[in-house]
Ligand binder design. Structure first.
Ligand code: HEM
Length: 443
């Protein structure tokens, strides 16, 4: 078996079969600017209740997609990878128009295990496993706790002068530290990652701006495109250099595992090395960062739950799951139907796109009682689907939980009154809920 570079199939223009349920949320899930106000929980509710599997057009000219919003249906799609493929069209809603894609970014985002099915996916996933075992994670926990203390020591000083941006001072730094520890990135190089993440989060907005401005983009857009390209290229150049070094001299780190991974005796081709690098940098950083920030927002909005957590710190592991459920930082995952299928009675045609809305499923009242309430002792908080389910379930879920637990154990002990001031900025992105600024008064 050989790993072959992937081509995204945009999906078949639909709907082939008439939608069972009409709805009034056309355009809501594709309006990426609207996501700067947070996830569209009102539309999620209305879709869940009146059109659980609903057809949506794509304003940029794509073939359209089915949106799945109920918990049980999201589990059913995730649990049937032989019908709903990650590989056929990738996990993104769209890869954008060919002429607007960054070639390297497109190639790498396709050639990663998250976009593979069946055996090639399993083999590649297995290579990553040693860095996610309980024994390895125990040693990581101590390092994470140490870094939390260091970051909070700095915050204790800077926050004396007034509220600070928690994303800058904490939420972006902890996941970066943790990931760099797992990957084996030297300390001096770590700050570069922050800048790369900034540009990756804006990639979707860039594609939309390019489509809107047509052939005559503004000077500002041109400058942004240039900075974007330079950063993307620097990110891949760094990854390639590091992987090459690890092929020559393997160390005890995840980069060495990726560099020397073999599928049926053959080392990974270059495009899969780029893909593995992009996946781990993006998946490991952004999601946890946004949950760390989102948790502070939630604790401010639900002060009784914050007091309860301060009084009963043993609830922290459960609270971490409850934060992840409510934030659902990965907004959706896409699959493509490999054959005609049926979801909750709605007929789906072979080749059509199916998009699972994790934020909607995680607030399904049939699964979670009073789903819009933070409940740090919620009995089934760990049943959330924010990490996905099935063969692609998040590899880094324990890594994320450890960071949330360690972070809030120390934040609540040292700054029990820490609260969000109401000032927030969310990036225009309908794939990840990306909080780019959160003002917090720690004192
Ligand atoms: C709150 C934090 C996180 C959330 C919500 C999250 C969410 C997800 C989701 C939904 C998937 C499934 C993709 C699918 O179904 O196709 C996934 C996969 C993945 N995640 Fe995470 N993730 C988080 C943190 C992390 C961290 C910290 C790492 C690494 C250190 C990581 C690494 C990965 C990898 C490598 C995959 C691909 C697994 C595969 O395709 O088999 N994630 N994540």
């Amino acid at each position: 078996m050989q790993l072959v570079s992937q081509t995204a199939i945009e999906g078949r223009a639909g709907p082939t079969f008439a939608p069972l349920w009409p709805h009034s949320s056309q355009g809501v899930l594709t309006d990426i600017t609207a996501f700067t106000q947070g996830q569209p929980y009102g539309a999620y509710r209305s879709l869940r209740e009146t059109a659980p599997v609903s057809w949506h057009e794509e304003p940029w000219g794509g073939p359209g997609f089915w949106a799945v919003t109920r918990y049980a249906d999201v589990m059913a799609v995730n649990g049937d990878p032989t019908t709903f493929s990650s590989q056929r069209g990738g996990i993104l809603m769209t890869q954008g128009r060919v002429e607007e894609r960054h070639p390297l970014l497109y190639r790498a985002s396709m050639d990663a295990m998250i976009n593979l099915d069946a055996e090639p996916h399993l083999q590649l996933r297995r290579e990553h496993m040693p860095y996610f075992t309980p024994a390895y994670l125990r040693s990581l926990t101590a390092k994470v706790a140490g870094e939390v203390t260091r970051l909070l020591d700095a915050i204790a000083e800077t926050s004396k002068a007034g509220p600070i941006d928690m994303v800058e001072a904490f939420s972006s730094r902890l996941p970066l530290f943790t990931l760099c520890e797992i990957l084996g990135v030297p300390e001096a190089d770590r700050s570069k990652f922050l800048q790369w993440m900034h540009y990756l989060e804006l990639a979707q907005k860039l594609a939309q701006d390019r489509a809107t401005h047509g052939i005559e983009p503004s000077l500002e857009l041109m400058q942004f495109i240039q900075a974007f390209n330079e950063n993307v290229e620097a990110m891949f150049a760094y990854g390639r250099d590091m992987l090459e070094k690890r092929r020559r001299e393997p160390q005890a780190d995840l980069m060495s595992a990726i560099a020397n991974a073999e599928i049926d005796g053959v080392k990974l081709p270059d495009e899969f090395l780029d893909g593995s690098w992009l996946l781990i940098v993006f998946a490991g950083n952004d999601t946890t960062r946004n949950t760390l920030s989102g948790a502070m927002k939630l604790l401010t909005e639900f002060p009784t739950e914050r007091d309860r957590l301060i009084a009963q710190p043993e609830l922290l592991p459960n609270a971490a799951n409850e934060f992840i459920r409510m934030v659902s930082p990965v907004i959706y995952m896409r699959r493509t139907a490999l054959r005609d299928a049926d979801i909750a009675g709605q007929k789906i045609a072979e080749g059509e796109k199916v998009i699972m809305y994790y934020g909607a499923a995680n607030r399904d009242p049939h699964m979670f009682e009073a789903p819009d309430q933070l409940d740090v002792a919620r009995a089934n908080a760990d049943k959330h689907v924010a990490f996905g389910y099935g063969p692609h379930v998040c590899l880094g879920k324990r890594v994320a939980q450890i960071q949330l637990e360690e972070a809030y154990r120390q934040i609540l002990a040292r700054f029990p009154k820490a609260s969000w001031t109401g000032d927030i900025e969310i990036a225009p992105n309908n794939f990840v809920h990306a909080i780019s600024r959160l003002e917090v008064d720690f004192q």
